[in-house]
Design a protein around this ligand. Structure first.
Ligand SMILES: Nc1ncnc2c1ncn2[C@@H]1O[C@H](COP(=O)(O)OP(=O)(O)OP(=O)(O)O)[C@@H](O)[C@H]1O
Ligand SMILES: [Mg+2]
Length: 244
């Protein structure tokens, strides 16, 4: 009996280990996809221009710099996600303004090009304690969701950050998209919950990992993520983190 129990326990540990590896692979693939989309399109621009009669050196330079930024970030995400799986992170002071600027810099397209107004309201000198790479991932996932929610309809995205009286910092991503029906709200942070499984032409497809990754990263930071949404009005995601 004891021997069999021990055997089963080992089997369980092995299958848990494999499940973790599967999750890490899915998460890294998901985050890579976020960054590879702009890298592919920018390098295509650069190639086309370089092969034309009159290469536009400004465009080539911008495209190369964007691709370089994106791929360096992808490399860092890889080690950071493996670290997260082992429960290790590179915690340090993170300037919120820098976090926002860096995240916007790696987005595939300027939201303004899709008729979406972007506003950034960050209190000066706001600083939190955390892992920069992971916090950028959180913000990027929220911004991509907000943009996807408004594609083809226009609207605005506001990034707001302020210190709270509780000596915490709140970073909000506020959109004027279609909102989330109340009955779906408890599900959106579950891994693989998505309403983008069957995308129509021009719409984004999703795997439902974005918000699950955000939640995992914030729990690891001893912070949290909340959502408020009203159908027809828009959605606000709030990240709360300990101030530095
Ligand atoms: N800003 C938003 N406005 C409206 N709905 C949203 C918004 N953010 C998230 N959602 C809803 O929550 C679901 C889960 O979001 P999540 O980011 O986890 O997955 P996804 O965006 O569908 O796919 P993935 O992020 O893996 O590409 C979405 O499918 C969508 O229904
Ligand atoms: Mg998403």
């Amino acid at each position: 009996m004891a021997q069999q129990l021990e055997y089963l326990r080992e089997q369980l540990m092995e299958s848990q280990r494999l499940a973790t590896i599967g999750t890490i692979a899915a998460v890294i693939a998901h985050e890579f996809n976020n960054l590879l989309t702009p890298i592919v399109s920018y390098s295509q621009f650069a190639l086309q221009s370089a092969q034309s009669e009159k290469p536009d050196m400004d465009l080539v330079r911008k495209a190369l710099s964007k691709s370089f930024q994106g791929s360096s970030k992808a490399g860092r995400i890889c080690s950071s996600m493996l670290g997260l799986a082992r429960g290790e992170s590179m915690f340090g002071p993170v300037l919120v303004q820098k976090l926002v600027d860096e995240t916007l810099a790696v987005m595939a397209r300027d939201p303004q090009k899709d008729g979406i107004a972007l506003r950034v309201q960050v209190q000066p000198d706001l600083s939190i304690s955390g892992d920069t790479v992971q916090l950028e991932q959180v913000l990027l996932n929220l911004l991509i969701n907000a943009r996807q929610a408004m594609l083809g309809r226009g609207g605005s995205i506001t990034i707001k950050a302020q210190r709270l009286e509780t000596s915490e910092v709140r970073i909000q991503v506020i959109d004027t998209g279609p909102g989330i029906p109340e009955k779906l709200l408890p599900k959106i942070f579950q891994p693989f919950f998505t309403t983008k499984a069957t995308a129509r032409k021009g719409e984004a497809k999703g795997t439902g990992l974005g918000l699950a990754i955000c939640k995992e990263i914030l729990e690891h930071h001893k912070g949290r993520i909340d959502v408020e949404s009203e159908v027809g009005k828009g959605t606000t995601f709030s990240i709360i983190l300990p101030a530095n």
